[in-house]
Design a binder for this molecule. Sequence first.
Ligand SMILES: *Cc1c(COP(=O)(O)O)cnc(C)c1O
Length: 372
Amino acid sequence: MSSAPRALIDLAALAHNLARVRALAPASRVLAVIKANGYGHGMIRVARALGAVDALAVARVGEGVALRRAGIFRPLVVLEGCCDLEELEQAAANRLELVVHSPEQIRLLRRHAVAEPLGCWLKVDTGMHRLGIALEQAPAACRELAACPAVAGIPRLMTHFANADDPGDPLTAEQWRRLGPLAAELKAEVSAANSGGILGWPETHGDWVRPGIMLYGVSPFQGGRAADAGLRPVMTLQSRLIAVNHYKKGDPIGYGGAWVCPEDMTVGVASVGYGDGYPRHAPPGTPVLLKGKRVPLVGRVSMDMISLDLRSVPQARVGDPVTLWGAGLPVEEVAEAAGTIPYQLLCGVAARVDFVEEQVAYGQESSRQTGL
Ligand SMILES: *Cc1c(COP(=O)(O)O)cnc(C)c1O
């Protein structure tokens, strides 16, 4: 078997996580977010596996077009909307629904009729201050949109939470409180809750919830763990040991020689590096799972390799599988060690990594790891 890294994608875990969303928000429809290549899991694979959701959301028109070409015919929402006539025509030809967040986008829709009017979502800025129409201008914008020949029916309303990764932050409830009266006044359907909102603020579920990271089995909360939220990791990134070497006290390891052996010891090399999406800035001590044990990374991350302190696993041999994150080693833990967030690690897995659809025994190493 190849020593190249593999991303095992557990579609049963994805279904389990979707069931968690449904159980938490039973009265809401689900707009599943699959932007950025399905958070790195494969957008088309994830879209097919999420057959039971009410709609799918991507960031850009091109992602929606790719899904249509792959034969996905469910409602698709483009979270950034479109920026010119060419994109509007592409969206219309592919029956994409558009988020409308700016006066420029409203002007575009007013000026141009399309053969088949599009469903629209008016994005309102309730405090994130990234995209969205100001709260005070939202009623007029909504009426303008409803009157556009290119727009089908009354736009739905949406907003995005800025601080929902912190369960103690009062802004999330406040953002929801700002949107409520507007939705009632306009008699529009409303959507606000991302994964943090779904898990932490049940009052914000509204007509549509928009889960992203939780579908992939990751906690949206700072310091949180998927298991606490009843979620199962979908991606397990694995590779193998390709060398087991013995060094003397004082020997430097890898580029720059910044890490030096504190005693005579065994150092393993696993075939995975920043060229595969493993974070180059992961410091010594970042955990890697080997034979059910966390072993610390040592030295610098290379393009194709990392070095591991094998003092706690003397029985380690060339060919042994290692888990970089996923089943048995939460990606949240690795992200914390590397000073980033799980979103970035998952999105960053490189195209050179083999993606394999495989069920992973939850809480254990992969079935393929046994009997090697
Ligand atoms: C990415 C995104 C989401 C999903 O957020 P998670 O934190 O991954 O659940 C929801 N809504 C919008 C507008 C987004 O851009």
